[in-house]
Design a binder for this molecule. Sequence first.
Ligand SMILES: Cc1cc2nc3c(=O)[nH]c(=O)nc-3n(C[C@H](O)[C@H](O)[C@H](O)COP(=O)(O)OP(=O)(O)OC[C@H]3O[C@@H](n4cnc5c(N)ncnc54)[C@H](O)[C@@H]3O)c2cc1C
Length: 401
Amino acid sequence: MDLRFSDDDRAFREEVRTFLAEKYPADIRERTQRGLRLGRDDHMRWQQTLYEQGWAAPNWPVEHGGTGWSATRRYIFDSELALANTPQIMPFGLSMVGPVIYTYGTEAQKARFLPDILASRVWWCQGYSEPGAGSDLASLKTRADRDGDEYVINGTKTWTTLGQHADWIFLLARTSQDVARKQEGISFLLADMRTPGISVRPIITVDGEHEVNEVHFENVRIPVDNLVGDEGHGWTYGKVLLQHERTGIAAVARSKYRLSRLRALAGSIPAGDGTLLDDPQFRRRLARVEIELTALEYTELRTLAAVATGGAPGPESSLLKIRGTEVQQQLDLLYVEAAGYRALPFVPGQFRDPDIADDERIGGPWAADTAPRYFNGRKVTIYGGTNEIQKNIIAKAVLGL
Ligand SMILES: Cc1cc2nc3c(=O)[nH]c(=O)nc-3n(C[C@H](O)[C@H](O)[C@H](O)COP(=O)(O)OP(=O)(O)OC[C@H]3O[C@@H](n4cnc5c(N)ncnc54)[C@H](O)[C@@H]3O)c2cc1C
């Protein structure tokens, strides 16, 4: 892996910067800077802007509309987007179900689903976890029983992120009850969220937001054509998807941006005779996060390089997930400490309400978002497979224990 920037790479970085200066919509930029939650339309519009530029899917093969970039270019692209504080790309279509469909789907499925995913015309959600199956996902009980040319789905999925916005859901369901191992008999299915029998109920999280849901299936009929790959082999496809998911969760470039922003903010916060940045304890903790981030960055680059040369992210994505999310939480905490009493929103539960002017918040645009963000960020060591489970994967698949 060669990480030196060539003249071409430097020109590419300029191209990305020019694109961001000209095409990153001003209203979305402003909301993101103020820490306000974005809606479905904001995310779609931003992703469609990337699509129009041909940059929607850096992780996809060229034949399906990917960019074909080197690891260095992907690194530049991610870093520049993070520096401009653009919205995070919703992973469910582009990073999760898209790769499963182009790897295991039929030609008809590729033609039907991939163009809409690439162009962000359709919002997907992920139906893996169930009330009794999270870490032990293979214990899932949702069943899909074959009836002629249809599957009939019954069961409940939970923690379904942004399912309230979704047009389609990809799910793991049991198509066979008579199996030797619980990982067998699970299939990977696609369902239109408008299908009769699907209902979505909100779960309100500790930060007061509606980000996750329960999705109930009651005699939901979907065509057999919506089965991806072979019936009963969904566990294999589902695992590949999780490895793609975990690589993205590390969010190293975003953390680098947040760290540099925090350093700048700390330099303007009065503390003692100087600023918070003069406080040796605060500086030491900032430095520790920076060292961990740098180490993480190189691990991520190695994974990126493997994927860019045709490989899939392997179990090392578990390493990235653990360290990347731990760093994110350390940053969340440092932000709260930097904000102090101003970390609390003025109106409980409405801290991100766009109707509350910045000067009505105790801490202004950056500080009032820090406590809710800290609480929201507790999720990162849980979703995509908890960090304890990632340690089990590393023990088995990386260390061979
Ligand atoms: C905000 C958020 C968004 C999510 N979004 C989605 C989504 O969109 N789609 C989806 O399908 N799922 C989603 N999830 C679900 C997520 O994947 C699960 O919460 C996660 O896999 C853990 O499962 P669980 O909650 O059932 O906890 P459990 O599996 O019950 O675990 C409870 C605790 O026990 C520990 N534990 C369990 N088993 C072991 C073991 N073998 N060794 C060591 N420790 C163990 C866990 O680490 C955890 O600390 C989301 C979760 C959250 C919090």
